[in-house]
Structures are given as structure tokens and as C-alpha cells.
Design a protein around this ligand. Structure first.
Ligand code: FAD
Length: 393
């Protein structure tokens, strides 16, 4: 089966769906292909913190109604150390900005619905995906769908296929440089059925390591513990998990997390990765396909959406006036924000985790940094303005 479109999109994550949505609003056609089923992408629980700019974009482009009804606006976070919590108030430090807790799979549901309602083609459960002709004017995406060989000929391909991208390694050897940092710890994440333990997220540094109290909905809570990356979920009984959360999150006034049935346990590695450049010929890498941040700064999804904004604008200019210079500069434009976001995510990670080689001196320096961040308006502002999202350039 031979198909033709303007922009071929590989991957129906937040990046691919948002790109297709923005292009549609600008009168540009696209087809999305996705290896997983619709049900699978709409039910996988991942990120959940939306920066102010992401929220504004969803609202302005007509896909924010449910987020406005069901999302929770958070006006700050708590940094907890030495047995006490210290609040960072976002609106007073950033001119009124905040973040919204609205799960990534809910964003996906809203975007899939909007795209399908508008008559878009999203081809789910495709297999054997490959791309070719990247340095020609008509690059192609090949795949199998329901045992039929298919090919999409397009003007440009957006590689929105996440960390296991097949688009990234389709770029000839020697073109890309990868900058990577692997952290010597992982996050043990649980999802549990319980009411929220706190009104806002709690980031805690304890002698035994980092802990995070986050949320996905009024009934489902997401919590994380720093662990050895080679640890296994089988080593952690529910009792052991709750005892460790109580220990790392304890305050002098007796705070304890609200406990409930744990229905998901996962250990995720922590790394930072950027590949440069993020384009080759008519292929443009977007989101996790080109960069990964440790989740401490809650930036992965937001950064993917920021890439999309820039690429959509460059494609609009290309189709409207034939100008290719914005497309040529796509990688250069997005990398400025990506590196600033990498810096923030690395800084939050370094400040809040115990490193295996860190001694008592290092721990005291980390505590002193937390005291500074929570007591100096200038330092609190640095955290707040990065957390709610830097302005788009
Ligand atoms: C367990 C987990 C927890 C996370 N928690 C957080 C968090 O708390 N906060 C945060 O900010 N970020 C978090 N992230 C990161 C965040 O979810 C990602 O940054 C975000 O999903 C990036 O969006 P994306 O569209 O670039 O990639 P993805 O969401 O990965 O989407 C890529 C899509 O492409 C599809 N695909 C892959 N290969 C192919 C192929 N060959 N052909 C067609 N389709 C393909 C995939 O099935 C997927 O649907 C988490 C990630 C994980 C894995």
C-alpha cells in the first residue's frame, strides 16, 4: 500500500501527536505510525507535571478542556531535609506562573481524540518500521500493517519514536555526537491506591537517599525512592517500601505518607543524554528520540513539546513561503533550551541524591545548598523559574 503525505511522523507519544495536531491547525497534513495499540499508549502511566507553557499550548490549541477540569494546579513544591519541609512558592517568584498535574496518558487520550475527530490517520500496531531517502526530497517510511507492506512518501519525517528510536540510528554513522551521563543510582517507583499525602510534591534528601512524593490523580499516587540501579523490585516487599518512605520522609512534627495498595513497582535508570545535531537531511528528531533527562526536574514531556513548537513553526514557514532556513536551524534552535533544561535536571539530581562516593563532607555541602535554595529569594527564584518552565525564545 502506498501512501503520501506532507509530514510522516514516527511515534504517537506526546511529541508525535502534538506535532500532528499543530500541523493540522496550520493546514499541513501528516500521518502518524505507532508500534503499540491505542489502548496501550492511552493507559501507560509515565510523566505528569505540565509546565506553564505546555498548559498554555494545550489550552490555546483547543485540547485543554479536560485538563482544565481534571488537572490540578500546583503553586509550589516542598524541599524536605533535616526533618523539616521548606516550600518554594512559584507564583510569587515567577510573576504568577505554576505547574499542572495532569497525567501524560490523559494528554495522549486528548490528543488522539482530537486527531481522530479531525479525520487524521494514526496507524497503530505497525511492525518492521524503517526509514530511507533522508537526503532526498521524498524520504520514505516503510512498515507492515495487518500483514500488508506499506510505504509513506513525504516531504519530511519527524522521528518522535522515543528513547528506543529507530530514526536516530538511521542517520549515517559519524554524523551524530552523543553526550551522555549515567547516574550511579536509579528510582524505585510505585503507583498506589491512596489519597494524596500532601497538597504539593515533596522532594526529600535523607542520609539514606532521595525520596519523592508525587501524584497522578486524587486516587492514584506516584512515589519514588533512590535505589541502586541494579536492585530488583522482588527485593522490596510492600512493608519494606512503606518503612523506607516513612524513614526518608519523616519530619520532626510526625508527618507520614498515606499508604494504600501498591499496584505497580518499577526501577528506572537515571541518565542524561543529548544527541547533536537533531536533524539529517529531511529527518528531524523530536523529544526523547534525541534527548533524555533524569526525571528529577519533571522535564521530559515538556521538553518534547518545546521541540514540537519550534519544528511546527519551521515547517509552516517552509510550506507558506518556501523558506527552508528555519528548518535548517531547527537543531541549533532547540538545543539551546535542551541544554538549559539538562543543566536544571542535572542540578536538581545532584542536589537531592546521595552519590555512592559521597562522604559526610559532601552530604553537609548538599544540606547547605538546600538551606541556601530555600532561604535566599534569588536561589528560590532560580529553582522556581526553571521548574515552571523557561520562556520560549
Ligand atoms: C517510566 C517512565 C516514567 C517517566 N516519568 C516522568 C516524569 O515523572 N516526569 C517527566 O517529565 N517525564 C517522565 N518520563 C519521561 C517522559 O514520559 C518522556 O520524556 C516523554 O514521554 C517523551 O515523549 P516522546 O513523545 O518524545 O516519546 P515517547 O512518549 O516515548 O513516545 C514515543 C512513541 O513512539 C513509539 N515508537 C517507538 N518506536 C517506534 C517505531 N519504530 N515506530 C513507530 N512508533 C514507535 C512508542 O511506542 C511511543 O508511543 C518518564 C518516562 C518513563 C519511561
Amino acid at each position: 500500500m502506498k501512501l503520501k503525505t506532507q509530514v510522516g511522523i514516527v511515534g504517537a507519544g506526546p511529541a508525535g501527536l502534538m506535532l500532528s495536531h499543530l500541523l493540522h491547525l496550520q493546514g499541513i497534513e501528516s500521518i502518524i505510525i505507532e508500534t503499540r495499540s491505542r489502548n496501550d499508549i492511552e493507559s501507560t502511566i509515565r510523566a505528569g507535571i505540565l509546565e506553564q507553557g505546555t498548559v498554555d499550548l494545550l489550552r490555546e490549541t483547543g485540547v485543554g478542556q479536560r485538563m482544565e477540569r481534571e488537572g490540578f494546579r500546583h503553586h509550589g513544591i516542598e524541599l524536605r531535609f533535616d526533618g523539616a519541609g521548606h516550600r518554594i512558592d512559584f507564583p510569587s517568584l515567577t510573576g504568577g506562573k505554576s505547574v499542572t498535574v495532569y497525567a501524560q496518558h490523559e494528554v495522549i487520550k486528548d490528543l488522539v481524540k482530537a486527531r481522530l475527530d479531525a479525520g487524521a490517520q494514526i496507524l497503530f500496531e505497525v511492525k518492521g518500521v524503517g526509514i530511507s531517502g533522508l537526503d532526498s526530497a521524498v524520504p520514505k517510511i516503510r512498515f507492515r500493517k495487518d500483514d500488508t507492506d506499506c510505504e509513506i512518501a513525504c516531504d519530511a519525517i519527524a522521528g518522535c519514536d522515543g528513547t528506543q528510536s529507530i530514526c536516530r540510528p538511521s542517520i549515517p554513522a559519524g554524523v551524530l555526537t552523543a553526550y551522555e551521563r549515567v547516574y550511579p543510582f536509579g528510582w524505585f517507583g510505585i503507583l498506589c491506591e491512596a489519597p494524596p499525602s500532601s497538597a504539593e510534591l515533596v522532594y526529600a534528601l535523607h542520609d539514606r537517599g532521595f525520596a519523592l512524593v508525587s501524584t497522578r490523580s486524587p486516587d492514584i499516587q506516584r512515589m519514588y525512592l533512590q535505589v541502586d540501579p541494579s536492585d530488583r523490585t522482588e527485593n522490596w516487599s510492600d512493608d519494606r517500601i512503606w518503612a523506607e518512605f516513612r524513614r526518608r520522609l519523616a519530619t520532626r512534627d510526625g508527618w507520614a505518607p498515606k499508604e494504600g495498595r501498591i499496584f505497580s513497582k518499577v526501577i528506572i535508570g537515571m541518565r542524561s543524554l543529548v544527541v547533536e545535531p537533531m536533524q539529517y537531511g529531511r529527518l528531524f528528531l523530536v523529544g526523547d528520540a534525541a534527548h533524555v533527562v533524569p526525571p528529577t526536574g519533571a522535564k521530559g514531556l515538556n521538553l518534547a513539546v518545546a521541540d514540537v513548537r519550534v519544528l511546527a513553526r519551521a515547517l509552516l514557514e517552509f510550506y507558506r513561503s518556501g523558506r527552508g532556513d528555519l528548518l535548517d536551524r531547527y537543531s541549533e534552535s532547540v538545543l539551546r533550551r535542551i541544554w538549559r533544561t539538562q543543566r536544571f535536571s542535572w542540578w536538581m539530581t545532584s542536589m537531592l541524591h546521595r552519590f555512592p562516593d559521597s562522604d559526610a563532607f559532601q552530604y553537609r555541602v548538599q544540606l547547605a545548598e538546600l538551606v541556601y535554595v530555600t532561604s535566599s529569594r534569588a536561589a528560590s527564584t532560580t529553582l522556581a523559574e526553571n521548574y515552571v518552565g523557561l520562556p520560549m525564545e
